[in-house]
Design a protein around this ligand. Structure first.
Ligand code: MF3
Ligand code: CO
Ligand code: CO
Length: 248
């Protein structure tokens, strides 16, 4: 069932979303060669709690940390560890905060020092795909319009669209209906309505779209080892468009 949220629910989600946005801004200043992903996780957990929220990811289906830190060929759900970032890495940081029972969820890919032009473009165009997906959102459109818009950017640049993971509805649960694939499909028939809250999150790889799950049962990596990027915003469908709840 796809729900619509009331104004007061949306204001709780927009606080949770704002905390998530500020956290990704803070991460921007912390991502540097030498820092460990566990240190990033500790900074994030402290920040989320200081803002009166709880980390949405911690203990979610047994997930052991407050953020996901996915490096290079890791697509999503990388678990923070003692691994140090190094020059030339990219890292996708996905964060979630829960305020009075309502979640925000947002992600970005950061570069560490100098990266190649092709990887820099992968980041740029994955972000562009997120905004292109958002740009079509308004009441009355079919969900698949978002899927198609996101996919079109991957197609244009020859990137792999990860199919095993999708965007989603969000609210009192981090993952609610509907699921939102990043490729055109004939199941995304839902007609959007004002008050729906959605997380849109393209995940693209430089080459192949196939992924594997690591033995830690969380980390998703590309099978061909090519780097992957991930950008995500939580939004609400408004009367004539959408509003981003996770900043910018
Ligand atoms: N934030 C992820 C998403 O965008 C889900 C993370 S689940 C976790 O949907 F358990 F790994 F944290
Ligand atoms: Co997320
Ligand atoms: Co999400």
């Amino acid at each position: 069932m796809v729900s619509t949220k009331t104004e007061s629910e949306i204001s709780l989600m927009s606080y949770a979303g704002k905390v998530c946005y500020e956290l990704l801004e803070l991460m921007e200043t912390k991502v540097k060669a030498g820092i460990t992903t566990k240190e990033l996780d500790q900074i994030a957990e402290k920040f989320i709690r200081e803002k009166g929220c709880t980390p949405s990811f911690l203990n979610y289906e047994g997930y052991p940390a407050s953020i996901c830190t996915s490096i290079n060929e890791e697509v999503v759900h990388g678990i923070p560890s003692n691994r140090k970032l190094k020059n030339g890495d990219i890292i996708s940081i996905d964060v979630g905060a829960c305020y009075k029972g309502y979640h925000g969820d947002t992600a970005r890919t950061y570069k560490v020092g100098n990266i190649s032009n092709e990887v820099s473009e992968l980041m740029k165009y994955t972000k562009e795909a997120l905004y292109k997906g958002l740009s079509v959102i308004k009441p009355g459109i079919k969900l698949n319009e978002i899927c198609k818009a996101v996919e079109s950017v991957a197609k244009e640049h020859g990137y792999g669209v990860i199919r095993e993971l999708t965007g989603h509805g969000i609210g009192t649960d981090m993952h609610e209906d509907p699921y939102i694939p990043n490729y055109s499909n004939n199941e995304s028939e839902l007609i959007l309505k004002e008050g729906m809250t959605l997380a849109i999150e393209p995940m693209f790889s430089l080459k192949g779209r196939k992924v594997w799950l690591l033995d830690d049962d969380w980390t998703i990596i590309t099978q061909d080892g090519s780097p992957a990027a991930h950008y995500e915003h939580t939004i609400v469908v408004t009367k004539d468009g959408y509003k981003i709840l996770t900043g910018e």
